[in-house]
Design a protein around this ligand. Structure first.
Ligand code: FE2
Length: 206
């Protein structure tokens, strides 16, 4: 039994390896400059709410899964076309994050087994697949619906996409969730983000 780690309070007093106890605060610090680091932190929070015993590599995957956008050449979906579920873009995004996180973990001295376990869930965070992939995808979706409504609204207000496509983005983030427990947890955030987007855009563009 030991003290909970930051963001992982929902896991209670579960045990972590010493290596992970050192790595976790470093990883939080590493992703901090990312413009949407709050979304990454909340993905880790939701992951342990869904599975308090999630593996240590999976926790790192949740906290870092979008980090490629922090580096030059970061990917973005075709917002104007509303191509949220585009396989080519989402695969490129996930693969680039997996490479960057893998390199960073090796630089921190993590063993190959740890890196090899962190990479697959990053690759699966958009479409799911394995149980761990479905878990990180669900945590990513709930976190997005919880904290990223303002980003989606900014896309509309800045003319990057239409209200229709913005609402479809929220639909996609909810509908792709494959776990029933996560759908139930995410539903209020989905409904709230949809209502807020409609109201705020109507207010801003009378
Ligand atoms: Fe994400």
């Amino acid at each position: 039994m030991s003290e909970p780690l930051p963001l992982l309070e929902a896991a209670g007093n579960r045990d972590y390896s010493d290596a992970f106890r050192r790595l976790w605060p470093q990883a939080i610090e590493w992703v901090e400059p990312y413009y949407d680091s709050i979304h990454l932190r909340h993905t880790a929070k939701w992951l342990v709410r869904l599975d308090p015993y999630a593996s240590e590599p999976l926790l790192i995957a949740a906290l870092t899964h979008d980090v490629e956008r922090m580096f030059p050449g970061g990917t973005q979906p075709d917002k104007r076309a509303g191509a949220w579920d585009d396989v080519e873009y989402n695969t490129r995004h996930a693969q680039r994050s997996a490479v960057i996180v893998g390199d960073w973990l090796r630089e921190q001295g993590l063993p190959p087994e740890f890196v090899d376990a962190a990479v697959p869930p990053i690759l699966e965070h958009e479409f799911g697949g394995s149980p761990e992939g479905n878990l990180i995808q669900a945590a990513d979706s709930i976190s997005f619906l919880e904290v990223n409504g303002h980003l989606v609204m900014a896309w509309v207000l800045h003319g990057e996409t239409s209200l229709h496509h913005a609402l479809r983005k929220l639909d996609w983030m909810y509908e792709r969730i494959q776990r029933d427990d996560a759908r139930a947890l995410g539903r209020p955030y989905y409904e709230r983000s949809r209502a807020t987007l409609r109201d705020d855009v109507a207010r801003a563009v009378p």
